[in-house]
Design a protein around this ligand. Structure first.
Ligand SMILES: Cc1cc2nc3c(=O)[nH]c(=O)nc-3n(C[C@H](O)[C@H](O)[C@H](O)COP(=O)(O)O)c2cc1C
Length: 276
């Protein structure tokens, strides 16, 4: 009898892909050089002028005017307004912090189930973002700093039960600060007001969830999906008058330890600060 393969339990990510993921990690010893490079780009007129006007050079070609967006239907108008409002907010209010209600709305608008599982047609529950094969490789973790209805700690957002599950509780603010310094380089970087941010989101991918079907190509879909979620987070923030800023420079290994990833196929793709 032919052996039935259980693809769920076969290794599906190539060593060279793991090499690439390792190469793209940021370690503590590289943080200084990394932020110097970022500052060199951002403080240079030459680089900023050139990157702000980049376009693909096509030479001569026919051009057609697009129409204005003066007469949009109501929902499209709402989306247009959110697009105008969306931005990266790096400074947060000392007195005003976000509430559990703000966080609940934020998570629901950013990432939630929009259509339940239908056993008759074997379609997985649909979510507010598209996903290659409906496999949804991204998990959202929340590091709470100032949301007073919750303990200071690390949670996973359970999209199925609409609950935050506590993974790790910090003893006190000191332990939390140490963790933020280690994982987000909070003290070393002056890009974002880390101490006043109410909470941090961490977008973690379980690559096997996507790669068991798409092999190494699934890594692309996971990275894309983190992009979709972060854009949804920015739009959710704009709609709720919550400030947010993506964080690309983090200590991969330290975050993996803090969150307690179980497999090498779990990696952090992006973090995000939120606050008022
Ligand atoms: C993948 C990614 C990583 C980012 N990392 C950082 C970061 O580490 N620190 C920061 O201050 N902003 C970060 N940002 C925010 C960008 O700098 C910001 O989106 C960009 O300057 C455009 O500004 P806007 O979002 O206000 O339109 C990041 C954005 C993305 C998409």
């Amino acid at each position: 009898m032919a052996k039935i393969r259980n693809l769920l339990f076969e290794p599906c990510i190539a060593d060279v892909s793991y090499d690439f993921l390792e190469q793209s990690k940021l370690y503590c010893f590289q943080a200084k050089e990394y932020s110097e490079r970022l500052n060199a780009v951002m403080s240079s007129d030459y680089f900023m002028r050139n990157i702000s006007q980049h376009s693909i050079e096509l030479g001569f070609c026919e051009e057609y005017d697009l129409l204005t967006t003066d007469h949009l239907p109501p929902l499209a108008q709402a989306l247009n307004e959110l697009n105008q409002l969306r931005n990266s907010q790096r400074n947060f209010n000392q007195e005003n912090k976000i509430s559990l209600e703000d966080l609940s709305h934020f998570l629901h608008l950013s990432y939630s189930i929009t259509q339940r599982f239908d056993p008759a047609i074997l379609i997985p529950p649909r979510r507010n973002i598209p996903s290659g094969g409906g496999l949804y490789p991204i998990d959202i973790y929340v590091i709470n700093q100032h949301i007073h209805e919750l303990p200071q700690g690390v949670f996973i957002y359970d999209i199925f039960t609409n609950k935050l599950k506590l993974i790790r509780k910090f003893k006190d603010s000191d332990e939390l600060n140490k963790a933020l310094n280690k994982t987000l380089f909070a003290q070393q970087k002056n890009d974002i007001d880390y101490t006043r941010a109410s909470a941090f989101m961490v977008l973690g991918a379980e690559l096997e969830r996507s790669c068991f079907k798409y092999l190494d190509r699934g890594i692309r879909w996971a990275i894309l999906e983190a992009g979709e979620i972060v854009q949804a987070m920015y739009l959710a923030s704009a709609s709720l008058e919550v400030g947010c800023c993506a964080i690309g420079g983090f200590n991969d290994e330290a975050l993996a330890q803090l969150i307690d990833y179980q497999n090498p196929s779990q990696i952090t793709l992006l973090a995000l600060a939120i606050g008022k």
